[in-house]
Ligand binder design. Structure first.
Ligand code: PGA
Length: 252
């Protein structure tokens, strides 16, 4: 079945509110009227509002980069799902490897965040992927299986309807090293197989799996042409309007 491609930009800890507004307006101009795939940008929390305003009425959605599972309360420094939704977010990235690596994110906390995102109708982008050491030790599938099982524990097939998975090999993030299209396709097919076994063929066939890790204008087309690669989660190249535009246009 045909899945609609989905390209998302993860701006990470880049772009002040003014810089974010400027980039959003540049993207708006470049992608005016573009409808061939779904597009989203995920700026830092403080830059969400200017992006939501700049992109209102366009086909470019806005997402958060994380959320906390409680709705409100004494959790200094945290931002909740209902807050992101109220700020105009449609999507939220959950379990990015940088959160796992630097901020103590575990499969269990990813699971709670994912549940919280679905509870307030945010569309989650769940990130999974192995480190360089894990790839070299040949345990990529084992790691991805553990991350998927942990993140999706207790979920019903309906939960997959608005979920996107991003396969992001940690060794390819921000390093300029990209998984080859064949390497990426193999893990994407593995992920779809896991979903099929757990949630059934129909839910698995409909779910979009993005690839992330040094996606650039010049490697996007080949990656995105793979059967089970339904889009990209783009870091560095999403900070440059012309590069992100080129990646969006390379989508199936
Ligand atoms: P990158 O980041 O494109 O800069 O490698 C991707 C990501 O971390 O989502």
């Amino acid at each position: 079945m045909a899945r609609r491609s989905f390209i998302a930009g993860n701006w990470k800890m880049n772009k002040t509110p003014d810089e974010a507004r400027a980039l959003a307006l540049e993207l708006r101009a470049k992608l005016e009227g573009f409808k061939n795939c779904d597009v989203a940008v995920c700026p830092p929390y403080v830059s969400l509002a200017p992006c939501v305003t700049a992109l209102r009425g366009t086909n470019i959605a806005v997402g958060g980069q994380n959320l906390f599972w409680e709705k409100a309360g004494a959790y200094t420094g945290e931002v909740s799902g209902p807050m992101l939704a109220a700020a105009g977010c449609e999507y939220v990235i959950i379990g990015h490897s940088e959160r796992r690596q630097y901020f103590g994110e575990t499969d269990q906390t990813v699971n709670r965040r994912l549940q919280a995102a679905l509870n307030c109708n945010l569309k989650p982008i769940l990130c999974v992927g192995e480190t360089k050491d894990e790839r070299q030790r040949n345990v990529t599938e084992e790691i991805v299986r553990r991350q998927m099982d942990g993140a999706l524990a207790g979920f019903k097939p309906e939960a997959l309807a608005t979920l996107t998975i991003a396969y992001e090999p940690v060794w390819a993030i921000g390093t300029g090293l990209t998984a080859s299209p064949a390497q990426a396709q193999a893990v994407h097919a593995f992920i779809r197989g896991l979903l099929k076994a757990k949630f059934g063929a129909s839910a698995a066939e409909q779910l979009r799996i993005q690839y992330g890790g040094s996606v650039k204008a010049d490697n996007a087309r080949e990656l995105l042409s793979q059967t089970d690669i339904d889009g990209a989660l783009v870091g560095g190249a999403s900070l440059v309007a012309k590069d992100f535009d080129a990646i969006v246009r390379a989508a199936k």
